[in-house]
Design a protein around this ligand. Sequence first.
Ligand code: MN
Length: 204
Amino acid sequence: MGLAKYREKRNFGVTSEPEGSSAKKSTKSKLAFVVQKHQASHLHYDFRLEWNGVLLSWAIPKGPSLDPSVKRLAMAVEDHPLEYGNFEGVIPEGEYGGGTVMVWDRGTWTPENADVDDGLSRGELKFSLSGKKLRGSWVLVRTARPGQRNSWLLIKHRDRYASTADVELEKPRSVSSKRLMRDIAEQFAGNVSKAAAADPGGDH
Ligand code: MN
């Protein structure tokens, strides 16, 4: 896919999001994953997997669940540059995705499919995560609904990392800065009350 769509949607003179160099091979041997909590017009969690020099991306309205009986809707969105995984801050209101962004989790991922590209095109990607909050085995499956090729489900597999704990509620802080959403909005002159509504105890 590349980064054309990503760039088309953004005005880099206004937003501080990275423009990103073109898709490139990471020099690290392990593949990165990141989950960014994003309070835009609606709160969601952006789930990103490094693949072929970009971050494949899904927007998950409710965020990942550690409970294998819970399927979380994950809408495939445009590829993001690898540099995006370090972005925490505020996208100006009125810009695409305007609102506060937190690095909610990150680490490395390992494909469990022998052929990742084949899994992506068939709509079933199995993988394990090694992050601070998300660990163990997961699957992304494309839903069968016709005309909804972007619609996937993220599901935790049963393993020792499965749990009924509400990880969004119990671990709300940034893994890169330990901040809450309101702290990030405050630091980067964003909308503090809107961001605070996405923190536990916020009025959402
Ligand atoms: Mn987003």
